[in-house]
Ligand binder design. Sequence first.
Ligand SMILES: Cc1cc2nc3c(=O)[nH]c(=O)nc-3n(C[C@H](O)[C@H](O)[C@H](O)COP(=O)(O)OP(=O)(O)OC[C@H]3O[C@@H](n4cnc5c(N)ncnc54)[C@H](O)[C@@H]3O)c2cc1C
Ligand SMILES: *[C@@H]1O[C@H](CO)[C@@H](O)[C@H](O)[C@H]1NC(C)=O
Ligand SMILES: *[C@@H]1O[C@H](CO)[C@@H](O)[C@H](O)[C@H]1NC(C)=O
Ligand SMILES: *[C@@H]1O[C@H](CO)[C@@H](O)[C@H](O)[C@H]1NC(C)=O
Ligand SMILES: *[C@@H]1O[C@H](CO)[C@@H](O)[C@H](O)[C@H]1NC(C)=O
Length: 530
Amino acid sequence: MLRSTFILYALWASVATAASVPKDLTACVQKAFATSDPDKRIVSPGDATYTDARLGEKIQFDEFPALIAYAKDVSEVGPLVKCALKSGYKPVPRAGGHHFLAYSALNNSLLIDLAHVNHVIVSADKKTAAVGGGIRLGALYTALDAYGATFVGGICPTVGLGGLISAGGFNMQMRALGMSADHVASAKVVLADGTTVVASLSSHPDLFWAIRGGGGATYGIVVEYTLKLSTFPRSAMLYLAWNETGNVRYDVAKRFLAWGPAQPKEFTSQVNVYKNTVSVVGWYLGGTVQELGAIVNASGLLEIGSPQVVVSGGCSTDNSRIFGYTAFECLPDDQVDASIMNVVPEPYDQFENNAQFKYEEVPKSSTRAQAWPWERFRRMTKSFFVQKSRPVTDDVVKELVDRIGQLDDASEAWGEWHAWNLSSSSTGGAFAWREQALAHLEFIVTGSEDAATAKRYEQWFTSLEGLLRPAVGPASYAGYMDDSLSVNPLIAYYGSNVCRLVGIKSKYDPSNVFTNPLSIPPRAPQGISC
Ligand SMILES: Cc1cc2nc3c(=O)[nH]c(=O)nc-3n(C[C@H](O)[C@H](O)[C@H](O)COP(=O)(O)OP(=O)(O)OC[C@H]3O[C@@H](n4cnc5c(N)ncnc54)[C@H](O)[C@@H]3O)c2cc1C
Ligand SMILES: *[C@@H]1O[C@H](CO)[C@@H](O)[C@H](O)[C@H]1NC(C)=O
Ligand SMILES: *[C@@H]1O[C@H](CO)[C@@H](O)[C@H](O)[C@H]1NC(C)=O
Ligand SMILES: *[C@@H]1O[C@H](CO)[C@@H](O)[C@H](O)[C@H]1NC(C)=O
Ligand SMILES: *[C@@H]1O[C@H](CO)[C@@H](O)[C@H](O)[C@H]1NC(C)=O
């Protein structure tokens, strides 16, 4: 098996190297980068760092961009878009590189990497910050810490702000404070002709609506967001863990799905269902140990099996953010190790023996330790929203839990299920499922290098789609793109907003310069009449 894998790699490598990069594209990018290090920021298929540079978080073998250009300044992005157009390539932006199908690294594209467009400029009143469109969440949180401020953002420190806002952005404060896209005041967007506009409630409000939940890389490239900042009160945190197989996992999952979404809006929680264990993690924003203890005692969860119970209070924001990753209790502030947030622009571990691309890898804090390299992953996933009008039945929950137990240990299969039921604090944006989502069910498997095993995992996912889709309906999360849905993907990701988004797309990018296989097109797509 190893041997055939090796041969395949050799084949891919030669395909990639054989594809010669047009000289005019390279020359054009060099000109766009003329003011600083033009040669250190361009990676082409012949370079030793190409494999590392084209991979994001997910180890993927499908997408081979023609050229990778690492922008470092907002002003470079418009000229890069023009370079792509002139040479007949698609301009494709990448922020954090977490796209589940690697659509931020498409074949035949000029990949415009924004990870170094990561400035954070906090306003004098500390209410807003102008932030580079490619910053990673951990770097954003670390930079804002210095101002005693934070942002209603997602969980994983290496996720990019650009991709997060494009999908909507769920987070552990969302039941009270809404989604990340609700906390954007304005954005600078590079359009398909290379010009830049400001999108806000008063300037291009249609575009402003679309870039907050209407999908990434579709209407333009957001080079800078002005974010509305928050200050979180000290919080109480929950961690429950059961080392038990069989019915305990099922009972916990069933109980959680009824309990989590119905709690006070300050409490956002998730259940993680593994083959042999199950755990519940929750963040009670501004809550005390007593308040959290009371809802946990009344939850019915403690009567199931014999869980390890951690109900902890007085957590600082950093402590709450690392909870479940590297901390499982609230510690005195001077003992909190938030280094996992202190990520550099290229935060990933090495893939096999490929040379790693590095360029000005400066963390936002020089006093904290730098984050450990984030592990890359052969990630296989599926996403389903459960709607308030159609809660899942106990039989379906039991079947889901059983199925997670059916895969081999190597798959590390697990379900990460979040309680939704957001309070209505939306400030608008194209995320479609805010009112209706009761819970989000994500399933994650570590893919295999072995073809037969990989095939088995794929069949498992196909069968999961067959079981769960009819039970919950079409809604899925646009941040977890999946090309094997059994329903129209545009409906799954954008619901009743599809036609409005098509209209905005046709206004700002009629010739479909920014596109990927699952993006909103400039005309009504097949199967949908607008
Ligand atoms: C470990 C992990 C944890 C996650 N946790 C959360 C979470 O807590 N909450 C949540 O909501 N989601 C979460 N996600 C999903 C994540 O938000 C999406 O996958 C998101 O699209 C990733 O953004 P990115 O910038 O890292 O990825 P990229 O691959 O860089 O971008 C994703 C898409 O957006 C486009 N894009 C990127 N930047 C821009 C820009 N500046 N302007 C226009 N288009 C752009 C890309 O072209 C691509 O199509 C998680 C994913 C992973 C792998
Ligand atoms: C991208 O190109 C590679 C190499 O030419 C090919 O193997 C792969 O299938 C292509 N990917 C897609 C999604 O078409
Ligand atoms: C949604 O949450 C509120 C409390 O925040 C609760 O009163 C309501 O019952 C919940 N709805 C559902 C469907 O769980
Ligand atoms: C929850 O139950 C535990 C164990 O019975 C008890 O010690 C604790 O005081 C209870 N907490 C609250 C807030 O009622
Ligand atoms: C579960 O197992 C892990 C690892 O063996 C152990 O550290 C933990 O304390 C156990 N938890 C419970 C609740 O038994």
